[in-house]
Design a protein around this ligand. Structure first.
Ligand code: SF4
Length: 455
């Protein structure tokens, strides 16, 4: 019963590095992309005699030790961190997914969700294809394997990209090249970097920074990039393209030190806080951000309003994934383990509490209760995303619509439910203003209008 939209996956690929450095580079990249998925991690490298892979359940640091990385020696490779939005949470669905076809081995690492997966899977099964996993990503692997019978991986990747529909920022490793594709709407991020002569493809720019690589450019919506020993070349799918980057990447999913499609995530969040104050000025004594993704917006709200920012909530960095909730009573206490109120900073004060989003509302309710218990005189809740009223079909784990607190309830009713003195959201216009762009985003979970049909 997590009260946040859950991240999807992260991908990181390397071409042309010294054999003994590839796995370490990918490992460092994946550590930096860990926020995009904590269920499983995997690395595949091209050894010159085929593709070797190690995958496991858990965090990157749990799945790989230095010995395992040493055995993954090869000049190119791809890595993946996973949060399941499609398929079971099992090792068989951990990525990269690896197969063998007419042209040799290949490995696929996918971030996104294919909305026509069921139809393609059923058609392929009718034709005798055997699936080893329940993951939609295996459809990409099988389409490319099948297309490779034409004798060309590039053609196979091209045909696979034109057959699937949905969100897919994907890296494909073969024995002599790396390919990267981004869906025609560019829903999930994907970018290219360079470290000396080494080409890198990553979900986010923060992972390029982590390995010391320079950012080269974003992969454009609908672009197919092929990297081999002759260099890098690109082409576009025949479907055409229309940028609709997921707005939630900026609001919550991505790291604040990433820049996606030319927009700094940190700056977006900070400016959203400023816009929120412009739309909803409140008289208060302190601004408190809900760590981590509410902090930049709280600083923006504070800068615009002149109300001092304070660290009223302290996050326990170690509670996260491994915290087990064995009883209803303990479940109620979860938020106190993850976030604790700094009494001295809130006692007797009128607080503006800034959070990135309101999904089920359970966390906000508990936080507001804790702030009042610590002596806060008033708690006004400001949300730097519009009300989440619809589910996501493009790779984000959202609750059913009936569980979304904003679906079918007025702001006043939600305010009463969470126990705030007032509740206010940034408008869709305000959030676009913060981005500096008038269009180019998927805002489906706020508006119910998606870049494509999802059935
Ligand atoms: S529906 Fe929401 S979470 Fe899903 S891709 Fe669109 S903006 Fe992102």
């Amino acid at each position: 019963m997590n009260d946040k939209m859950e991240e999807e996956c992260g991908v990181f690929g390397v071409f042309g590095s010294p054999d003994d450095e590839t796995a370490d580079l990918i490992y460092s990249g994946l550590l930096t992309l860990q926020h995009r998925g904590q269920e499983s991690a995997g690395i595949s490298v091209q050894t010159g005699k085929g593709i070797k892979t190690h995958r496991g359940m858990g965090l990157v640091s749990e799945v790989f030790n230095s010995l395992e990385r040493e055995t993954l020696s090869g000049g190119s490779g791809v890595g993946h961190v996973r949060y399941s939005t499609s398929g079971d949470k099992s090792i068989s669905n951990a990525q990269p997914l690896v197969g063998h076809c007419k042209l040799g081995d290949l490995a696929v690492a996918h971030n996104g969700n294919l909305v026509n997966a069921d139809i393609i899977r059923s058609l392929m099964e009718d034709g005798g294809t055997v699936f080893q996993t329940t993951s939609d990503s295996e459809i990409l692997l099988n389409l490319i394997s099948r297309g490779a019978s034409s004798g060309s991986y590039d053609r196979a990747v091209r045909e696979a990209a034109s057959a699937v529909k949905g969100s897919y920022s994907t890296i494909i490793l073969t024995e002599d090249r790396l390919a990267a594709i981004r869906d025609p709407y560019g829903i999930r991020p994907l970018c290219i970097g360079k470290l000396g002569d080494i080409h890198i493809v990553s979900s986010e720019t923060c992972a390029l920074d982590a390995v010391g690589a320079d950012f080269v450019r974003d992969i454009a919506p609908g672009e197919l990039v092929f990297i081999d020993s002759s260099g890098i070349h690109s082409e576009f799918t025949e479907k055409g393209s229309q940028q609709h980057t997921c707005l939630f990447e900026y609001i919550y999913f991505a790291r604040p030190d990433s820049v996606i499609d030319g927009i700094s995530v940190y700056k977006f969040r900070y400016t959203s806080g400023m816009e929120l104050f412009a739309e909803h000025p409140v008289s208060a004594d302190a601004v408190v951000g809900v760590p981590d993704s509410g902090l930049a917006a709280a600083l923006g709200y504070s800068a615009s309003s002149g109300i001092p920012f304070t660290h009223g909530l302290i996050k326990n960095k170690y509670s996260g994934r491994s915290f087990i909730e064995p009883s209803k009573h303990l479940r109620e206490q979860t938020v106190n383990v993850k976030l604790n109120v700094l009494k001295s900073e809130v006692e007797g004060k009128r607080i503006v509490l800034i959070d990135d989003s309101l999904v089920r509302g359970t966390t906000s309710k508990r936080l507001i209760k804790s702030l009042r218990k610590a002596g806060a005189a008033e708690v006004h809740l400001g949300i730097v995303s519009p009300p989440v009223t619809n589910s996501c079909y493009f790779g984000i784990d959202t609750p059913y619509r009936s569980e979304l607190i904003a679906a079918g309830k007025s702001t006043d009713a939600i305010c009463k439910l969470v126990g705030a003195d007032s509740l206010f959201y940034i408008s869709p216009g305000g959030v676009l203003k913060a981005s500096g762009k008038e269009k180019g985003f998927c805002m489906g979970c706020f508006t119910g209008i998606y870049p494509m049909s999802y059935s």
